[in-house]
Write a protein that binds this ligand. Structure first.
Ligand code: MSP
Length: 654
């Protein structure tokens, strides 16, 4: 039988070499859904990618003295690398600079023009470059962008317009007739009352004042408005407008476009109107999730409050971060990110509830039965309730997942985890083990716990990509029939006399107080270190000033002098040098992205300044213990910060 298809997309991201945990949130959510659907037997297409054109990118590239293409090529690798470190199982990654996309967008634009839905006129109004959005005078708030609050620019240029207004009634009708089309419901209300009912104006869909974009084929002085270019990715990625559109035929319409709440408008008004104009079916659902906020505001590079997902993954592991993102915040609403809540969740839900359940169960099987349960087993009066809870959990879990209520699904799964822990307390294996006559009962109890863990491990899979396999190793489960999704609906599939062997602790407990200090320093260090920060600074220089820090903030950074005693290129990297630095009595390895500017020979003997208390960081398989300070000018010239009089190495720099 042919599998049912399921097509899910994330937004395509603006290329920045610092995607933060807020961006990861959307992608992790889409990944959890894609994994869940695959586990349930669907033929899944999961699309993500990068939105590489537009004035914003052109300006960042210019400020860095590179071409836009050079800039995006450099940054996209980092984005793919981040998705890899978060185990994002996308099936296709589209770049809007891909040739097939460019050609298909030109065809789409031409088709709309030929139909009379695109016409030439003149645009006069306001433009927010960071949001790549046009605004009328009355839409501005205090003369600034109503979405991001930044400065807008006056634009007056010849432009093509899309007849958006023509589709207003059809859009309202579609939304009203398809109640799930915009989810959650609150976003539907917002779209209708704030945008559709007040009336739609035709949309400016080409620009002439810069050149980084897709040229309008029949009028090359114009480039296609970046949102028209970007939204089209959802069909061009499937081959729409190319010689082979078989994927389009198979997967379109999308089942879910998952997007952040601020871009729901583009996806539920402009995009469906474009599709209507092209006579194509509309996506089944646009789900607008909330934001991860920090200190009450949206995490953003320009505010300097971004949290680097890589630092978190390095410290706590991938599963913990993926779990936290989808458990902590009710999907659809905004949720506050704090280091405390992250560590709290890891300790209570992961280390205490789940990790402990697995380790003490396997530990007891080893202790009481040498690792293999005897075939002879007996039940207890507590079994039925545990078995009933497991079956109810699976049913409710699926119900929540089908509605993308990830936090509810996880909370339901934890009902079973806690019920299983309670079952241990009720049956008291440590008492049963004392009497030889209770051996069969003890074996039955341990079997039931293990069986519950088996079911839990299967349900964990959309969220955790490592722990389920590690649990199966400990319970020695190798038969795929015991890990298939539908096997969660059958109690008693584990062989009664299975063998278990303790492995590493799944989620070690964290010392909250100590960790909070270290995590804070590590996140700040990652921010300071990132080249992205320099880029963001340049990008925002026009509108933002560098935030002031206090002397206490500065005192947190330990700067020391050191001498490079050895240096070599890092295998596989064009940028990195691996330097051995003498710092007082200690030597340490510091990786530095300066291979373009210094040879290893030139480095040896240099008296440098290092950031000594930077959390260790792994790059290209090597761990770096600090950072060497360098200065870089606007032309990209780089110079080491050195000690010109030769004070003793290990001296404090203040
Ligand atoms: N390029 C456009 C999307 C075009 S889709 C045809 C864009 N890119 S973005 O990089 O700025 O944002 C990508 C996604 O990340 C958006 O859905 C946005 O809501 C999401 N997030 C960015 N910061 C976020 C948080 N702090 N929290 C949650 N999601 C956030 O928009």
């Amino acid at each position: 039988m042919e599998k049912e298809k399921f097509y899910i997309t994330t937004p395509i991201y603006y290329p920045s070499d610092k995607l933060h945990i807020g961006h990861s949130y959307c992608t992790v959510a889409a990944d959890a859904m894609a994994r869940y659907k695959r586990l349930r037997g669907y033929d899944v297409m999961f699309l993500t990618g990068t939105d590489e054109h537009g004035q914003k990118i052109e300006r960042i590239a210019t400020s860095q003295g590179v071409t836009p293409k050079e800039y995006v090529d450099k940054v996209v690798c980092g984005i793919k690398d981040l998705w890899q470190s978060l185990d994002i199982s996308y099936d296709k990654f589209i770049r809007t600079t891909d040739d097939y996309h460019v050609k298909a967008v030109q065809k789409i634009f031409k088709a709309l023009y030929d139909k009379g839905d695109i016409y030439k006129s003149e645009y006069e109004g306001w433009y927010c470059t960071p949001c790549e959005t046009f605004f009328t005078e009355h839409q501005l708030v205090d003369g600034k962008c109503p979405d991001c609050g930044r400065e807008v620019e006056k634009v007056k240029e010849e432009s093509y317009f899309f007849r958006l207004s023509k589709y207003q009634d059809a859009l309202i009708k579609h939304i009203e007739e398809h109640p799930g089309f915009i989810s959650p419901q609150s976003r539907q209300t917002e779209m209708i009352s704030n945008f559709l009912k007040p009336g739609l104006e035709d949309l400016c869909v080409s620009r002439t004042s810069f050149s980084w974009g897709i040229p309008v084929e029949f009028d090359p002085g114009h480039i296609v408005y970046v949102w028209v270019d970007a939204l089209s990715n959802y069909i061009t990625a499937l081959g729409y407008g190319s010689d082979d559109d078989s994927l389009y035929q198979k997967y379109w319409p999308a089942d879910i476009h998952l997007v952040g709440k601020e871009i729901v408008r583009f996806h539920t008004i402009i995009w469906p109107a474009m599709l209507m104009a092209l006579d194509l079916p509309l996506p089944k659902q646009v789900f607008g999730h909330g934001w991860l906020i920090i200190d009450g505001g949206k995490m953003s590079k320009s505010k300097g409050n971004v949290v680097d997902p890589k630092v978190l993954v390095e410290r706590y592991g991938l599963d913990a971060i993926r779990y936290f993102l989808l458990r902590e915040v009710a999907f659809g609403q905004d949720g506050n990110f704090t280091n405390e809540s992250l560590i709290q969740r890891i300790n209570s839900d992961l280390a205490n509830d789940l990790g402990n359940l697995v380790s003490r169960t396997v530990g007891m099987i080893e202790k009481y039965f040498g690792g293999t349960l005897p075939y002879d087993q007996e039940g207890t009066e507590f079994d039925l309730d545990l078995i009933k809870t497991a079956s109810a959990t699976v049913e409710k879990f699926e119900g929540y997942m089908d509605k993308m209520l990830f936090s509810d699904a996880l909370s339901e799964l934890w009902v079973l985890i806690r019920r299983t822990n309670k079952y241990i307390d009720e049956t008291q294996p440590w008492v049963l083990c004392k009497d030889e006559a209770n051996q069969a009962k003890l074996a039955g109890v341990l079997y039931n716990i293990a069986e519950s863990i088996r079911i839990i491990s299967i349900l964990l899979q959309p969220f955790m990509t490592k722990a389920p396999g590690l649990i199966w190793q400990q319970l020695n489960i190798t038969d795929e029939r015991l890990t298939a999704w539908d096997s969660t609906k059958q109690w008693g599939l584990l062989a009664r006399d299975f063998t278990a062997a303790k492995g590493e602790s799944l989620f070690p407990r964290i010392d909250m107080k100590k960790e909070l200090e270290e995590l804070d320093a590590a996140l700040k260090a990652a921010q300071a270190e990132s080249i992205a920060n320099q880029m963001a600074k340049k990008e925002d220089e026009a509108t933002e000033t560098v935030p002031q820090i206090t002397i206490d903030d500065f005192a947190k950074v330990q700067l020391l002098t050191g001498e490079v005693i050895a240096s070599e290129a890092v295998k596989g990297s064009k940028k990195l040098l691996k330097n051995t630095i003498q710092v007082g009595n200690e030597t340490r390895i510091i990786l530095s992205g300066i291979a373009k500017y210094y040879t290893p020979e030139e480095m040896v003997g240099k008296k440098v300044v290092i950031v000594a208390n930077l959390a260790p960081r792994k790059m290209m398989g090597e761990v770096s213990h600090g950072m060497i300070l360098c200065a870089e000018d606007a032309d990209g010239n780089l110079s080491l910060v050195t000690d010109d009089k030769g004070v003793a190495s290990g001296s404090e720099v203040r």
